[in-house]
Ligand binder design. Structure first.
Ligand SMILES: Nc1ncnc2c1ncn2[C@@H]1O[C@H](COP(=O)(O)OP(=O)(O)OP(=O)(O)O)[C@@H](O)[C@H]1O
Length: 317
């Protein structure tokens, strides 16, 4: 298959590796969008100018590539929601290649595992909140982003077979051209019953600073783990202050204590001097929701249904 007549509209679900090489100029640095723990992401440009994001899973990824592939293709591909990144195609192909090993040439079977997503031009929420253009996001946009993320988690947690993301953090939330947030990276995700709690059978990997303590220390998984991570994300969006993704839990606790202490109504007014009164209430309530979500006692955290209800009750513009 060549990229000839292939457009975003008629893109087959299963793609050969040669096609993906062609549209990424052989995975060139020039088209590299970024690299994470699971692999590198490239811009893939189709002949009609359409763009996809091509993730080439790394061999040394913290979750085995076949597990990520199965998670994304079997569980996530069918999910349709405005606030969830769409997986548009995939590729898993084994080829024999001549490689050098200890000075000898040998034939080795190399499996390429690639996932193609809709392309989101503004990059990650992290880049937008804390990168160079950070200050330009006003409160209304921040509130819209919080609502969109909550709606995506509500969708995932209330499916008949609920999906837990288990890796939520600002780096895994991407923004489209209208600043609509879309949750990405389902590499750690699990599907199971809403009221269920399970013990993790894999070693716990990911960004410690966003992980619920019961998940990090005891490997205990439930929808409440996602709620904890969501709380930190809501606080970061509302306060413009960054939590640290990779350091220890103590850092996250200090962050939460700081928000609780510093973010009084006066602080809100000084940080958002130009917003209307009803928006000040929105900021206050969002910080309050964030703080409830990061309760150490997981049973004190609100469900996503309750969070969405609280947000929808807030006066809008
Ligand atoms: N669908 C996409 N559209 C546009 N850019 C993307 C897309 N997916 C990923 N990227 C870019 O590629 C970068 C790397 O993404 P990737 O998912 O591999 O890692 P990460 O989320 O930053 O980290 P980790 O996977 O370790 O949690 C992102 O920061 C983002 O800028």
């Amino acid at each position: 298959m060549t990229s000839g007549g292939i457009t975003l509209q008629n893109l087959p679900k299963e793609l050969p590796v040669d096609f993906l090489k062609e549209i990424t100029k052989n995975f060139s640095n020039e088209l590299l969008l970024g690299t994470g723990a699971f692999g590198s992401v490239y811009k893939g440009i189709l002949n009609d100018g359409g763009v996809v994001a091509v993730k080439r899973l790394a061999e040394n990824s913290p979750v085995p590539r076949d597990k990520i592939f199965a998670n994304e293709v079997q569980n996530i591909m069918a999910l349709e929601h405005d606030n969830i990144v769409k997986l548009v195609a995939y590729c898993r192909e084994a080829n024999n290649r001549l490689v050098q090993s200890n000075g000898r040439h040998i034939i080795a079977e190399i499996t390429e595992t690639l996932l193609c997503y809709e392309y989101l031009p503004k990059g990650s929420l992290d880049q937008n909140l804390f990168g160079t253009s950070a200050s330009s996001i006003d409160w209304n946009e921040r509130f819209k982003i919080i609502k969109g993320i909550c709606e995506a988690i509500h969708f995932l947690h209330t499916l008949s077979s609920p999906v837990l993301h288990l890796g939520l953090k600002p780096q895994n939330i991407l923004l489209d051209g209208n600043m609509t947030p879309k949750i990405a990276d389902f590499g750690f995700s699990r599907i199971f019953g809403q009221e269920q709690t399970r013990m993790n059978t894999r070693s716990v990997v990911g960004s410690v600073g966003y992980m619920a303590p019961e998940y990090l220390y005891n490997g205990e998984i439930s929808a409440r783990s996602d709620i904890y991570s969501l709380g930190l994300i809501i606080m970061e969006i509302s306060t413009k202050e960054k939590n640290s993704p990779s350091t220890d839990q103590k850092h996250a606790r200090n962050y939460v204590d700081g928000v609780k202490k510093i973010w009084t109504p006066e602080k809100i007014m000084s940080e958002y001097p130009d917003i209307e009164d009803h928006c000040t209430d929105q900021v206050e309530e969002c910080i309050n929701i964030g703080l409830q979500c990061v309760e150490i006692d997981q049973h004190k955290r609100p469900t996503i249904q309750k969070i969405v209800n609280m947000i929808n009750k807030l006066p809008m513009n």
